[in-house]
Design a protein around this ligand. Sequence first.
Ligand SMILES: Cc1ncc(COP(=O)(O)O)c(C=O)c1O
Length: 408
Amino acid sequence: MPTHSSGHSAGFGARYRADDGFATRAIRAGQDPCSATGSTIVPIYQTATFTQDAVGVDKGYDYSRTGNPTRLALEQQLADLEGARFGAAFASGMATVLGACSLLRAGDHLVATSDCYGGTYRFFVDVLARWGIETTFADTTDVAAVRAALRPNTALLWIETPTNPLLRLADLRALSALKRPGLVMAVDNTFCSPYFQRPLEFGADVVVHSTTKYVNGHSDVVGGVVVTNDETLFETIAYHQNAVGAVPGPQDCYLTLRGAKTLALRMERHGANALALARWLETRDDVSAVYYPGLVSHPDHELAKKQQRGFGGVLSFRVRGGAARAREIARTTRLFNLAVSLGGVESLICAPSEMTHKTVPAERKAELGITADLLRLSVGLEDVEDLIDDLADALDATAHLVLEEAVA
Ligand SMILES: Cc1ncc(COP(=O)(O)O)c(C=O)c1O
């Protein structure tokens, strides 16, 4: 079994107790004051190499690809927030997906959520396939469909819940009952963050995040993390982390560590703002559908109440007036920036069919319901009245396009 020279478990310093609450742990886990200087804040160890006392005698670090104290603090913090013992940080969410897939070998089979993130879909279809790993995409809202997709050589079940952009949920507890020896269940928890959902508590073996989104929360770092309680799985992933070297630099680790300290506060506000906007959108008759798990009308609302502690900050909606109106709304909002990504303090709007899911083949998008009249919002932390006014202005200013569509 491969080993990793800095494969540390989450630290439990003097100022930290495992039964402390989430917000406390976000500020304390992995972040004891520096024992050498007393520095209260974890320093940015901007170094590639570490000077050794004698040949083979170091202070726990030798080279920053293998391990770096700022990165370790982040890994410990995020592992702790997910209720995990081990964490490995990567340079992007996609590098993290690859890190989790290092558990696979040629000839293995993978079952994945059919409407998973477009980049993950591309990686499975274009990269893993060339490496001899075949993927079957399944509707993970349907446990029977997932069971039917499993093969004797299925080694990984890849779940995204809620999905992007239609926010459908997978029942993690029910899916984990499909596990058998040799089958690992991994959950991409990017949309909920560990504040709203902790998949390890529902039977997942591995959790991944694009920390680019809610975990960092300020849209200024691209990164990712994978966490697990299973030491054997962790050793393989940590070996890959060092061997492949897609690691985040210390500055990015520091910013992400800092961002995650306020995760609890931010998620509460993201959730409250998104719920208010979703309810408001439902009252508009020029909006034909609103997708948000916090709405009673959402097909997975009851499941969301069972396995999540909140409903998240992303919602999607369809506008009457078709693609032309959707494009015009996306172009004209004042506060919602027209941009991909999500999870930052600022609100964003995007047209998934032409932006985040551009690379997904057209017929597949049609099957999934990712059509050109669909808009996705990442609801930020601004005053919700301002956000509602902004959307109201954009919808009202484009109302004539609803009539034009009806006439055509
Ligand atoms: C659910 C999900 N997983 C993974 C990724 C990939 O993360 P990154 O862009 O940090 O590589 C994204 C990016 O949007 C995502 O939304």
